[in-house]
Design a protein around this ligand. Structure first.
Ligand code: ATR
Length: 280
């Protein structure tokens, strides 16, 4: 019997219970996944004390607590430390250990759709945006050995900050969004990590794709709508696309594996999640 959950605010519309209850069923495990909303106007410390008393086997952490939870953990995985945020906590024999599966889950989702994509590490990658999501994705890509990952953001300082996380042979240039548009023809993979294009502003696109390379892959982490204007435009131009909702599934799968050590297959959940999202 696994006792799992999610802390954050607001979380009433979270898809995580929907996902993890299906995972538990697939793994033939019994368990619960509770929504534990922590009001930001209340004492976080007290909320954490109450959470410790619940004795959960593990929980996810979402906005606005991904950084705030860190001082309350007994141990931190190296990648979560580099990213500076935690989205998954595992109760390991009474100790809380923090992980971050957002970026790893994203890369796993992308690799699942395009299995040969990271066979070479020399493809040119452009990350659009430099917030928390970009940070996790950049860390996962540099850990994988990708050698050329540029970052374009409205605010250069946050992009430069992410570039300091480069490992091994990764080289990174920081660009303005206009420079990215103008140099788009060099990129094999473009990853949109901001909220631009999300409902109700679904007509917006963070950059123009006029100079898109052929062939290339355009990926957007926005999943409401499932197919953003950016992805529609990329498709019209003949590029391959990657939908953001799959990141939700794979970051959850990584967390589930950390909690239960069970391997499950989730291929058909892609379509089911698309249906679920349409109803929301
Ligand atoms: P998250 O943690 O979900 O990634 P975030 O930390 O708020 O969210 O990051 C938001 C990202 O979206 C940032 O890169 C932000 O650009 P700035 O660093 O310049 O703020 C980007 N962003 C948000 N709205 C934007 C807009 N209208 N145009 C361009 N970039 C935008």
């Amino acid at each position: 019997m696994y006792r799992l959950g999610l802390i954050g605010f607001p979380i009433q519309h979270s898809l995580s219970p929907w996902i993890h209850q299906r995972f538990l069923k697939k793994a033939n495990l019994t368990g619960t996944y509770e929504l534990i909303e922590i009001d930001p106007t209340e004492s976080f410390e007290q909320a954490i004390e109450a959470l410790k008393e619940r004795g959960l086997d593990g929980f996810n952490v979402t906005v606005p607590y991904k950084e705030k939870i860190m001082p309350y953990l007994d141990r931190l995985d190296a990648e979560a430390q580099a990213i500076g945020a935690v989205n998954t906590v595992v109760n390991e024999h009474g100790l809380w250990v923090g992980y971050n599966t957002d970026g790893k889950g994203y890369v796993r989702a992308l690799e699942n759709k395009y299995p040969a994509l990271f066979a070479t590490k020399t493809q040119r990658i452009l990350v659009l945006g430099a917030g928390g999501a970009a940070r996790g994705i950049y860390c996962a890509l540099t850990a994988l050995g990708c050698q050329k990952i540029d970052i374009a953001n409205r605010t250069a300082a946050s992009a430069r900050d992410i570039a300091t996380l480069a490992q091994g042979e990764t080289e990174t240039s920081v660009l303005t969004l206009t420079e990215a548009e103008e140099n788009l023809q060099v990129y094999d993979l473009i990853i949109q990590t901001t909220s631009v294009g999300m409902k109700p502003d679904e007509t917006k696109s963070i950059i123009s794709l006029d100079r898109l390379k052929q062939p290339s892959i355009v990926s957007d982490i926005v999943y409401q709508p499932i197919e953003t204007t950016l992805l529609q435009t990329a498709k019209q131009q003949g590029a391959s696309i990657h939908h953001g909702h799959t990141m939700l599934l794979y970051q959850a799968l990584d967390a589930f594996e950390l909690w239960t050590h069970k391997k499950i297959t989730i291929e058909e959940m892609d379509k089911q999640l698309q249906q679920e999202l349409k109803g929301r």
